[in-house]
Design a protein around this ligand. Sequence first.
Ligand SMILES: [Zn+2]
Ligand SMILES: [Zn+2]
Length: 485
Amino acid sequence: MKPTLTKAKQIVPNNKSGFFISVGCPGCGGRLELQENFFVLTCPHCGSTLRITMPEIPPAYMIPARKSRREIRFTIDRHLKQENLPLTASDIQYRHIYFPYWKVDYIALKQRNKIVERHVGDQFEASSYGPVRYEQVTRQEKVVDISLTPNSLTRMAGIEQDCFPWSIGMKAEYVRVIPFSRENIDDEYECFPVLKSWPEVREDIEKSVTGQDVRNPADFGNNKTRLFRVTGSIIYQPYIISECSSGGKFRIFVSDAISGRIVYSAEDDHPFEEILPGDDPNFKFGQLGVDFHRCSVCGIDLPSVQSYVYICDNCHEMTILEQNPLLEKSLRLIQPPNRNGNDRYFPFWSMTVTSEEAQKLKRMFGGIYESDRLVVPAFKGQNYEALFRLAKRMSAAYPKFRLEQAEDALDERFLPTTVGMHEAITIAAIIITREQSRRSRNVSDDDIYFEPGKVELFYAPFRSEHYFFVDSVLGAVTFEKNMVD
Ligand SMILES: [Zn+2]
Ligand SMILES: [Zn+2]
């Protein structure tokens, strides 16, 4: 079977929906459209391999305005005509505003405790025809359901005024954003400042999401929700405010300057109070970086696959895209007993645990676990259940493996590392919590939390057998092929 690697996908998507960041290529200046969570790509104009780096503090973007005053006025007139009202007069006044929104992305980890009725068997009654079923036997069972779901939402970041929508839709339509900068703003536009800082917004969102736990009480114990990988960015949305008097009334319309849609309208006998931007607290925003995806030692292009870890083909130096003091900057490898070339190497994160935690893990995993490490797959799977199972099996098998230093470059037999270290630590925390709740049938109120000692990436060889991958050393660790994306 031919190994498949996730090649850096084409950056201009066919079905344009979602959120795209438009930036210039540092090689040729050509326009690149970045889809979120794409961090390595090839420039379609000059072929440079590029890497996107996210700033430490949230970046700010803007959606370029597409509608002119004339188009906006046309839409308003059409609306007035439908309402049998007099059309806009020559006294119409426009104001062009960029209004900020926070866009927040996160992964929600939800633990839901439910009591379910399980069918455990049937009761039979003897009769002359043989046993006849007369009753189903059920038992109430405590079930702890844990899920991870990615989510994204937008919230007003500027002054709260009725005339601006509370949030902006981003998923259904294609939205092209560009980095926010003064040069990118037309002179007629004024920018309303961001009045809510990132820590405030983050706290608000965590509160409102975890508030669900209170609104939906658990069947037993407590439901829990925690957010992971919470990232924010500012999106400036353009609006045109039109004010005019018609039929003896003052009218105000706020139109979205991308679609031209009227998002707010009102009428009054008196002129409206001015819509003021609020005092600018002058928060700082980060800039998205687009760099050449090259080895920092010899300067040769690194492979253009989406991965958190690269080994230079030329000088064999390792590049890790995630920085963390816990991370060992070495790559280890398990060699199969027979190197027949049919093995595929899968990446795993191994994390040391304290002896106290190891005792706990041993109780949870049963007698099979004799290790001071928890091992989590470093490649994305179709479902978390399969990922959890594989993590348990690999953790139990880990002491039986002999790890060597990986010397060579990662060729096509090696799968890219698509689960980052932080996500792997989260997965480890979930595994521990699930195991605990399963064993005790009684969920503790401890937080879902795990802090590893050292973290290391290693590769383990697997061979293909029918619908499964089986580890090439012990022949004991298996997982279904369809688990891999
Ligand atoms: Zn280019
Ligand atoms: Zn190099």
